[in-house]
Design a protein around this ligand. Structure first.
Ligand SMILES: [Mn+2]
Length: 343
């Protein structure tokens, strides 16, 4: 795959996390702050791409370049992108998106690099002064931790939010050098994260699973990466599930490859819609750590029964268009005497 030389009207779709945002920063460092960057989550990326492509087709004869970074897309969306007559490239590193590369020439899925590093490598003209910045973001995103500063960069991103962080990084010669005001913000940010982790430690419920595995379940609506990994270590867990009840999202973190071993563990709730089933299939197919999926309810139970899982899975496949309700909970084995609260 060749590199891409950007034209001024290129359009980027990128993930709304640190890795994705920095893809956008690198992109704008080439063609300017006014360049169109769409920050997306997995829940709306397909919708956004389709809308923009549709608009382009109707409105103009021009075909701006399309760059999709640090995100996967649905098969229907991939079809549309493939049909799009302009130049396009999809740069991602998530294992679950490998199929896109297998099917389409415009996609590069490289698990050995973050989205940011792929953008740095495949987009021409990114100033070399951003190289170390890209390496730090890669270090954080892939949880390598060779550089202590990469964690601080993420903390600063938390404190500043997307727009201020983008402004800051584009305006500095070297975004990995922290200014005096950055240092103060970092101090406040790090304290806030630590306080939050402490609160989670009090609320977490730990389930003992077969094979002496420990699974923590906790309500958490922010700092999921930091809190997740910190709690895995502090409490010596194998995996942790963090439920963001207000945003209806669930995040999972685990020690490397633990999800594969925990295949017969599943988090389900009041299963009423398809989205829950998406969650199920995702839990089943993910074997590594970082995932986020929308859920419909803040209620959570744990299933450790493979037959139930198979049954759920089949229903998903065969009844994907209708509301799904699991009438019986007999298959669910959750034994509250096996759970313990810390504090
Ligand atoms: Mn990423």
């Amino acid at each position: 795959m060749n590199t891409m030389k950007l034209k001024p009207n290129a359009i980027m779709f990128t993930h709304n996390d640190l890795d994705g945002i920095v893809c956008g920063i690198l992109f704008q460092s080439v063609i300017g702050y006014g360049a169109e960057v769409n920050y997306c989550g997995y829940y709306n990326v397909d919708e956004k791409i389709i809308k923009v492509l549709d608009h382009i087709e109707r409105r103009t004869n021009e075909h701006p370049q399309i760059i999709i970074s640090d995100l996967g897309i649905k098969p229907e969306t991939a079809e549309c992108v493939d049909r799009y007559e302009g130049e396009k490239i999809l740069l991602d590193h998530h294992k679950t998106n490998r199929w896109i590369q297998e099917k389409y020439d415009c996609a590069i899925i490289d698990e050995e690099a973050s989205g940011t590093l792929l953008v740095f490598d495949y987009i021409e003209g990114i100033p070399d002064r951003f190289r170390d910045f890209a390496i730090r973001v890669d270090d954080y995103d892939r949880w390598v931790h060779a550089y202590p500063d990469s964690k601080r960069l993420k903390c600063l991103f938390y404190v500043l939010g997307i727009e201020r962080f983008v402004d800051r990084c584009l305006n500095l010669t070297n975004p990995i050098i922290f200014t005096e005001s950055d240092e103060l913000l970092l101090e406040l940010g790090e304290e806030a994260i630590e306080r939050y982790i402490h609160i989670l430690e009090k609320g977490i419920v730990i389930y003992e699973l077969t094979g002496d595995k420990q699974l923590g379940v906790v309500f958490a609506d922010r700092y999921q990466s930091e809190a997740g990994h910190e709690l895995l270590n502090r409490l010596n867990l194998d995996a942790i599930i963090m439920i963001d009840a207000n945003n209806r999202k669930i995040s999972m973190r685990s020690k490397p490859h633990t999800w594969a071993k925990l295949q017969n563990v599943l988090v389900v709730g009041d299963i009423k819609t398809l989205q829950w089933l998406n969650l199920i299939t995702k839990v089943l197919s993910y074997s590594d750590s970082i995932k986020t999926t929308k859920i419909q309810s803040s209620f959570c139970v744990i299933v450790d029964n493979q037959i139930t899982l198979d049954r759920l899975h089949k229903r998903f496949v065969f009844r994907s268009n209708c509301k799904v309700r699991f009438s019986s909970r007999r298959g669910y084995r959750i034994n509250s005497s096996n759970s313990r609260r810390i504090s």
